[in-house]
Structure formats: C-alpha cells, structure tokens
Design a protein around this ligand. Sequence first.
Ligand code: AMP
Ligand code: ZN
Length: 119
Amino acid sequence: MAGEPQADCLFCKIVTGEVPATVVRETDTTVAFRDINPQAPTHVLIIPKVHYPDAASLAEAEPAVAADVLREAARIARDEKITEQGYRVVFNTGSGAGQTVFHTHAHVLGGRGLQWPPG
Ligand code: AMP
Ligand code: ZN
C-alpha cells in the first residue's frame, strides 16, 4: 500500500530506530536528523515517516505531510540560527540529480555561503 514502510529502505529504518541517526527533531509525521556526510555546517535531512520515493509522489499522495516537511525545514533553520543569513532546502529527485536514497527527504543546508546556480 502507498506510504507503507519498505523492508529494504534505509530511511524507513531510521524512522523505526533500527538504524541509528543523530535526530534533532521529531513530530507525529516527520523525523529530522543530521546528514552523515555533511556538505555545510548545517546539513539536516527531514523525512516523512511514510515511505514515498520522492517529493513529487509524497505531495501527490499526502499533501499535508509534504507541507509538514516544509514547515519543519523552516523550524530547523530557526533552531540552527541560519534563517537570517539564508539557507537552502533541496529535494534531489532522480539519480541524474544525485538522489541516492529513494525515500523522500529534504536537505536543509546553511551556515556558509551557498552558490547559485548549484552544481
Ligand atoms: P540524496 O543523495 O539526495 O538521496 O541524499 C541522501 C543523503 O543521505 C546523503 O546526503 C547521505 O550523506 C545521507 N545519508 C546516507 N546514509 C545516512 C545515514 N545513515 N544517516 C544520515 N544520513 C545519511
Ligand atoms: Zn522508506
């Protein structure tokens, strides 16, 4: 069924605690944890507890949860004190864009200058 946990999904295992992570915030619908290979002083991933492969499929099936992920991105930025200097919220979508984990996740990046356009 859509949104159900997937046995072979790393981020579903972070939701259940089967795989450890440095969790910074949790809500009824989301978990936020530090990226294991940070690309900036702040690099936090926000995932929905439900499993969808990417942001587009989450937004289509469960728009309220997609909104929760975005709201949490702003909350994390506030907690990390990067709101004023600016930060980036990234959803890599598809392997050609660098997506390696196919469970929706928002990268929140900040704490350094961020170039535009990104690479
Ligand atoms: P993406 O390449 O957009 O799919 O992002 C996946 C991200 O997950 C990468 O930035 C990885 O560094 C990160 N990552 C992979 N495994 C873990 C883990 N066990 N805990 C935290 N972050 C992870
Ligand atoms: Zn998953």
